[in-house]
Design a protein around this ligand. Structure first.
Ligand code: NAP
Length: 296
């Protein structure tokens, strides 16, 4: 069985960036992904803070990086990691195959948080959405609600406000985590109404489709609900191998090394102050250069 120099778990922007550096350093690498490449940036309608590109949608950016990986000949496999054995040579088992590697880079990112209400999962794609860019056009001239008070909720609300007839921004407090510039922009939208100090208390369904929601126990008629209430790191599997974490986020040093020799982490999966595409790219670069040096 081939022993890779590095297996990168997760092909979001961090995983793909590391793959570019490691492949160009002539290492034998494998990029493992369980869904579609790109990760969270696929959910971002407009990226306007990527240096050198005035504005790009996340899907286009991830496809462009993917194309770069193809040109470099990066080997990519699909599979959900179900087990990891540590040691000098590490074994990664997915639901499909088993691989051996000298080092591992964890770049599994984080997934959107759920409200935890009945019908939430069941109605995903049936009136409930986690992706404005994917599903926004379905609600042209209709009424939707966006829940959350952070940058994600506000960016998605701004995007959706250009499509829908009416948008409610529902937030559990009356102050926001979102940047003031986004707040000002959203306030200026005539079709946006803020519902503050408010929680969604119920999601009602009819014929397996969203019927309406209840906000502070009062019914609110909407056609679509977009949930943007933060994220949870995808690190459950790494608890088994005792990777040091804080609140589920992996702790690394400045070189992106974890507490386990030969295991590194980068991107949204790590504990840090700023979760940006550009920070993920920086960490992935550091991780790749550290891996190269540690392998020498
Ligand atoms: P976030 O900043 O953690 O905001 C989550 C929001 O959801 C908060 O307003 C929170 O309310 C609310 N919330 C959490 N759990 C809830 C629940 N159970 N019910 C109702 N509301 C709930 O998450 P985010 O907006 O996804 O952003 C994540 C990170 O990415 C942030 O650092 C953000 O700045 C960054 N980001 C940056 C950009 C950009 O710069 N272009 C774009 C998107 C995201 P409370 O405020 O009351 O806790």
């Amino acid at each position: 069985m081939v022993v890779y120099d590095t297996i990168i778990i997760g092909s979001g922007v961090a995983g793909m960036t590391a793959a570019i550096y490691l492949k160009r350093a002539n290492l034998n690498i494998l990029l493992l992904e369980k869904n579609i490449p790109g990760g969270q940036i696929n959910q971002t309608p407009a990226i306007s803070n990527f240096p050198g590109i005035k504005q790009i949608d996340g899907v286009s950016l991830s496809l462009s990086i993917l194309d770069q990986l193809k040109n470099l000949g990066v080997e990519t496999k699909y599979g959900n990691v179900i087990d990891i054995k540590t040691g000098k040579i590490k074994t990664i088992t997915t639901d499909l195959e088993q691989y051996k590697t000298k080092t591992i880079l964890i770049a599994t990112g984080r997934k959107p948080k759920e409200l935890g209400l009945e019908n939430e999962k069941q109605l995903t794609g049936r009136g409930i959405s986690w992706c404005a860019i994917c599903d926004g056009p379905l609600y042209k001239n209709k009424t939707v609600a966006v829940v959350g008070g952070g940058n994600s909720a506000f960016e998605e609300a701004l995007y959706l406000s250009t499509i829908v007839e009416k948008l409610y921004l529902i937030h559990r407090r009356n102050t926001f985590r979102a940047d003031p510039i986004l707040l000002e922009k959203l306030k200026q939208k005539k079709n946006v109404e803020f519902i503050l100090n408010a929680n969604i208390t119920k999601i009602n369904e009819e014929n397996n489709h969203l019927k309406n929601i209840e906000v502070n126990n009062q019914p609110l008629n909407i056609d679509g609900l977009f949930i943007y209430i933060g994220f949870e790191p995808a690190t459950k599997i790494f608890e088994k191998i005792n990777i040091k974490m804080d609140n589920g986020y992996i702790i690394t040093n400045k070189k992106m090394q974890t507490n386990k020799k030969g295991i590194y982490a980068a991107g949204d999966v790590i504990k840090k102050d700023y979760y940006q595409i550009t920070t993920a790219i920086g960490e992935a670069t550091t991780a790749a250069l550290t891996i190269k040096r540690d392998l020498e």
